[in-house]
Design a protein around this ligand. Structure first.
Ligand code: CTP
Length: 476
C-alpha cells in the first residue's frame, strides 16, 4: 500500500513539504479531501497539510526553500497559512482538537495530536492522512477505515454521527452532496442521525447551504441529492416550496401525478443534456406554481391553471430567500418557468408561423434551452403519448429553423439595387428597372451564392440586354 501511495504523491512539491517539516522536526501529513480524491483518481487542486505543531512555520520554511517569489498568506485567527505554487494551492494548519457549543458553529480550538485532528472530521473518507516526512513518505494513517468505505462506496461519520452533525450541521448537507457527487450511499446510522438532527440546519448560513445545493445541481444525477434531502426532512426546512410538490390527491378515483418526482425526472433529463446549472434550476422550479394553482374541476379533473405564470412570479422570492444571485440568472429562470408551457400549447394547436415567431421573440437566444426543458417535461408513462409529443416538437424545431432562415431572407437585399441599375443603363425609374431587379433577385435566390456581387452584375447586364438596353459605358 505505502509503495502505491508513495508513487501517487511522488512529486517535487510533496518532497519539498516533507523536507521543510523534517528541518523543523515536525510531523506533516496531506489530509482530507486531497487524500480522498487521490484514491478516487479525481482531480483536486487544493492540498491541505496538517502538522503536529505550528503549520505556519512549516509553510514559511517551505516558501523559503521554493524561492523568493513564493509568498505565504497567514490567517492568524484560524492558525492557517496558504501558499500557491505552480498552479496548486497549499494550505497548512496545526493539528487541533475542537469542541463545540450547542448554538454555534464556532468551535473552541486547542492544539492537538493527529488523532485528535482526524477524530473531528466529517466522514471516514475525509479523515485519512498521508505522511510526507522523509522517512515515512507515503505512509497512510487511516484509523476509521476510510479506504474500506471508499471501496464500499459509503458515507459514514468517524464518531457517533449525532456528535459529528451536531458539531457542524452543514455536514448533513455535505453527506448528501458527497453521496450525489460520488454516487455513494449514506450508511444507515449516519442517515438516521441526519433525520434526527435536521432541525439544527437552522444555524447554518444560506450561503453555505446554497453552495452545497449548487454542487448537488452540478452532479450527473442531481435527483439523488434532492430525494435524500426530502427523505431526511432537510428539504422541508431549507426549501419548503419545493417540498410542497410531494404527494398526490385523489377525487372520484382520479389522482394527479406526484409533481415532486415528476420534477426530479425532468431535472435529470435536462442534466443529461446540458451543463447549464441555471437551466437545471429552471427544471427544478418549472412546476413550483402547481401546489398554489391546483384545483379539482367537476367534469374536467385536476387543473393547474396558469401555474407557469404563478410559478414565474414566485421565483424572485425564492431566489431572495436562498441568497441566489438576483441578476440575469433570475431573469433567465423566470423566463424559462413562464414559457415552459408555450411549446406544448403550440403542438396541441396547429403550428402557425406567427405563434412560432412570437415564441422565438419571447425566448430570444434561449430558445434551444427552452426546447430542452419542454422535451424533458414529457414524462408520461404512456410511451405512445411521449413519442407523439416528441415528434411534434421535431416539427416545432424544424419550423423554428425554417422561419429563422426565411426571416433572414426577408431582410435580405440583393447586392445590385435599383439605383445601380438606373446608373448602369442610364434609365430613370420605371417598369424596365423593376423587371431587371426582379430577375436578378429571383435568380440569386435560386442560386447557392445570393450575395455574389459579380454574378449579380452579370445577371443585371444579361437581363438589360435582353430588354434592349446597353450599359452607358459601352455607348461612350
Ligand atoms: N471538513 C469537515 N467538516 C466540514 C468541512 C470540512 O470535517 N464541515 C474537513 C474534511 O476532512 C474535509 C476537509 O475538512 O475533507 C476539507 O474541507 P473542504 O475543503 O471544505 O472539502 P473537501 O473535502 O476538500 O471537498 P470539496 O472540495 O469537494 O468541498
Amino acid at each position: 500500500m505505502t509503495e502505491d501511495i508513495r508513487k501517487k504523491i511522488d512529486k517535487p512539491i510533496f518532497h519539498a513539504v516533507g523536507a521543510a517539516a523534517d528541518r523543523l522536526g515536525r510531523d506533516c501529513y496531506a489530509v482530507g479531501g486531497y487524500v480522498r480524491d487521490l484514491f478516487l483518481d479525481r482531480h483536486s487542486k487544493d492540498i491541505d497539510f496538517v502538522t503536529v505543531g505550528s503549520g505556519i512555520e512549516v509553510a514559511r520554511n517551505l516558501a523559503e526553500s521554493l524561492g523568493k517569489h513564493v509568498k505565504v498568506t497567514v490567517f492568524k485567527n484560524f492558525g492557517t497559512a496558504q501558499l500557491h505554487y505552480k498552479g496548486e494551492e497549499l494550505e497548512f494548519v496545526g493539528a487541533r482538537r475542537e469542541s463545540y457549543s450547542h448554538d454555534s458553529r464556532k468551535p473552541i480550538v486547542e492544539d492537538g495530536s493527529l488523532d485528535d485532528d482526524l477524530d473531528r472530521r466529517d466522514f471516514t473518507i475525509n479523515a485519512m492522512a498521508i505522511c510526507v516526512n522523509g522517512p515515512r513518505f507515503g505512509e497512510l494513517v487511516d484509523k476509521f477505515d476510510g479506504t474500506g468505505d471508499l471501496k464500499r462506496r459509503l458515507i459514514r461519520t468517524p464518531l457517533d454521527p449525532d456528535i459529528t452533525f451536531s458539531d457542524d450541521p452543514l455536514r448533513m448537507m455535505r453527506a448528501i452532496r458527497f453521496a450525489t457527487q460520488l454516487r455513494f450511499s449514506i450508511e444507515y446510522a449516519t442517515f438516521e442521525a441526519i433525520k434526527r438532527n435536521a432541525g439544527r440546519i437552522k444555524i447554518i448560513s444560506r450561503e453555505r447551504i446554497y453552495s452545497e445545493l449548487t454542487k448537488i445541481m452540478e452532479s450527473e444525477r442531481p435527483s439523488i441529492g434532492w430525494s435524500m434531502l426530502l427523505d431526511s426532512g432537510l428539504l422541508e426546512l431549507i426549501f419548503p416550496e419545493f417540498a410542497a410538490l410531494r404527494g398526490t390527491e385523489t377525487v372520484n378515483g382520479r389522482g394527479h401525478k406526484d409533481n415532486f418526482f415528476h420534477t426530479l425526472q425532468v431535472l435529470d433529463t435536462v442534466a443529461s443534456k446540458s451543463d447549464n446549472v441555471w437551466l437545471r434550476w429552471s427544471a427544478l422550479l418549472h412546476d413550483i406554481g402547481k401546489p398554489a394553482t391546483k384545483h379539482w374541476v367537476d367534469g374536467v379533473g385536476w387543473t393547474f391553471h396558469n401555474h407557469n405564470f404563478i410559478g414565474a412570479k414566485m421565483i424572485r422570492n425564492i431566489f431572495r430567500k436562498m441568497k441566489f444571485p438576483l441578476d440575469d440568472k433570475l431573469k433567465y429562470v423566470e423566463k424559462m418557468v413562464e414559457l415552459h408551457m408555450r411549446p406544448i400549447a403550440l403542438v396541441e394547436d396547429t403550428v402557425t408561423d406567427s405563434a412560432i415567431r412570437r415564441l422565438m421573440v419571447d425566448a430570444g437566444e434561449d430558445i434551444e434551452d427552452l426546447m430542452i426543458l419542454c422535451e424533458a417535461d414529457i414524462t408520461s408513462k404512456n410511451q405512445e403519448k411521449v413519442r407523439r409529443y416528441l415528434d411534434n416538437y421535431v416539427i416545432v424545431r424544424d419550423k423554428i429553423i425554417d422561419l429563422e432562415a426565411r426571416d433572414k431572407l426577408r431582410n435580405w437585399q440583393p447586392p445590385v439595387d435599383g439605383n445601380m441599375i438606373m446608373a448602369t443603363f442610364g434609365l430613370s425609374q420605371g417598369k424596365a428597372v423593376g423587371e431587371i431587379k426582379t430577375y436578378v433577385r429571383e435568380t440569386l435566390l435560386n442560386s447557392d451564392s445570393p450575395n455574389d456581387f459579380d454574378y449579380a452584375r452579370r445577371l443585371m447586364l444579361e437581363k438589360g440586354r435582353e430588354l434592349g438596353y446597353e450599359p452607358i459605358e459601352n455607348k461612350l
